[in-house]
Design a protein around this ligand. Structure first.
Ligand code: BGC
Length: 459
């Protein structure tokens, strides 16, 4: 069948600096929060010693990897700049070696006709930022703007797609509060403090707006947005209105704390009742004053969530299991994520109807398979027919979304190559390119070949 994708659709694949670059202490790079915590014995269980330091060593192998992308006709590659590489020791410290490195990498992408999409911050907060309070400190807004301006000035002529932040639910909020329930955060600084969590959320929103404003002021004429993990929150029971109410509130908590400010200039109502006590004073006004419209929203979609009503907390929701678990086929859970392509259509439709972004880009979507525990350096499933099935099913939902008038402009698989996963190490393979961590040999998987043919047929 035909899929009817626009000719200029962004067919891509993504990754982040921290998850593939390696070279953790080379090229003048400073410490990221993970470099720091991975070395503390009490946090070692979040990390897999050694691996995040080197990962797939993209830092040294980028030409080889970009060659493989080009051979497969990839149109665009999404990556992040490593903030601690660019500003190793403080807001005014700019590392020229990092600027040169990224310029070489970007030039090589452009030489191969691959459009770069770059994130400013994808999880690797510089340790100096964290030591000064991270995003709980209002000065974070200035540090982030300075760093953003350095990047725009250095790379603005080459990069025309920018995202300020990737999944701040994890990289900001969950440093102080587990996003999927109460309890200690699962991200540096691994604290448990709701006031800090909501304050950091607010300050990240302000920093995002400053970075968008700065980009416009510098006049490069590209597009800038933000990337959030967005997925539908389904009610446990469709016939119980209280569950529907609860699921909406859960969505407003999880996604609305970014979507509301970034797209509508206002936090959702649940912030006025359940969360106002944890927010800085005048939080609604501060957002309204700082509001800066962005060009697109990026959606990282992996699978849906479920919630139901409870009276036990002011939030009035609690997470619950999928009520139909077991009833929808056999190919379900990898890394704890339910595979549910229809959820991609539902979330794109919801964002479009409720938040009216100018454009939506699916900035991540993918599936992982576990490596053999006895042989973890060796990649799994080179002939990954399961991944092809996954990709095809999700891409079909994109086509349906576009035909129903939702402005979806691009799709990035996660990930271009096998990655380091926070909390899971290098044990789950997400890549279109398989990596052998002993030899650093790269092998394109069957899914890349399939994607390559699909891209060719649809551009
Ligand atoms: C993140 C990635 C991560 C992926 C798979 C997203 O949450 O942006 O950094 O590797 O999901 O878990």
């Amino acid at each position: 069948m035909s899929y009817y994708f626009p000719k200029d659709f962004l067919w891509g694949s993504a990754c982040s600096a921290y998850q593939i670059e390696g070279a953790w202490n080379e090229g003048g790079k400073g410490m990221s929060c993970h470099d720091h915590y991975a070395r503390l014995p009490e946090y070692a269980h979040y990390y897999e010693m050694g691996r995040p330091d080197s990962c797939s060593d993209f830092y040294h192998h980028y030409r080889e990897d970009i060659d493989i992308m080009a051979e497969h006709g990839l149109k665009t590659f999404r990556l992040s700049f490593a903030w601690p590489r660019i500003c190793p020791n403080g807001p005014d410290d700019v590392n020229q070696e990092a600027i040169d490195y990224y310029n070489d990498m970007l030039n090589y992408l452009l030489e191969k006709n691959i459009v770069p999409f770059m994130d400013l911050y994808h999880w690797d907060l510089p340790q100096w930022v964290l030591e000064r309070g991270g995003a709980t400190n209002y000065e974070f807004v200035e540090w982030f703007e300075k760093y953003a301006r350095v990047c725009y000035a250095a790379f603005g002529d080459k990069v025309k797609y920018w995202s300020t932040v990737n999944e701040p639910n994890f990289s900001i909020f969950s440093g102080y509060y587990a996003v999927n329930g109460d309890g200690a955060g699962s991200f540096p600084p691994f604290e448990q403090d709701r006031t800090k969590a909501f304050t950091a959320c607010h300050i990240m929103n302000l920093a995002h707006m400053r970075a968008v404003k700065a980009y416009r002021e510098m006049g490069f004429g590209g597009k800038i947005g933000a990337v959030i993990d967005l997925f539908p929150m389904y009610p446990y029971s469709l016939s119980d209105e209280r569950d529907i109410y609860a699921a909406d509130r859960r969505f407003d908590f999880y996604a609305g704390k970014w979507l509301g400010p970034m797209l509508l200039g206002k936090y959702p109502e649940i912030f006025d009742d359940a969360y106002a006590q944890y927010m800085p004073e005048n939080f609604q006004q501060e957002i309204a004053d700082a509001y800066e419209e962005m060009d697109f929203i990026g959606d990282n979609y992996y699978g849906p969530g479920y919630a139901r009503y409870t009276d036990a907390t002011p939030e009035k929701f609690e997470l619950c299991p999928d009520p139909e678990a077991g009833a929808n086929g056999s190919w379900q859970e990898f890394v704890g994520m339910k595979v549910y392509p229809e959820g991609l259509y539902d979330i794109l439709n919801l964002i479009h109807k409720k938040y009216h972004p100018k454009e939506i880009i699916v900035t991540e979507n993918g599936v992982a398979f576990r490596r053999d525990e006895a042989n973890p350096a060796v990649p799994t499933e080179i002939d990954d027919t399961r991944r092809i099935k996954y990709m095809r099913a999700h891409i079909m939902m994109l086509s349906r979304a576009i035909e129903s008038g939702i402005p979806v402009k691009g799709y990035y698989t996660w990930a271009i190559e096998d990655t380091y996963e926070h909390g899971l190490g290098c044990n789950y393979d997400f890549g279109l390119i398989a990596i052998n961590y002993d030899t650093m040999e790269r092998t394109p998987r069957s899914s890349f070949k399939w994607y390559s043919e699909f891209i060719k047929a649809n551009t």
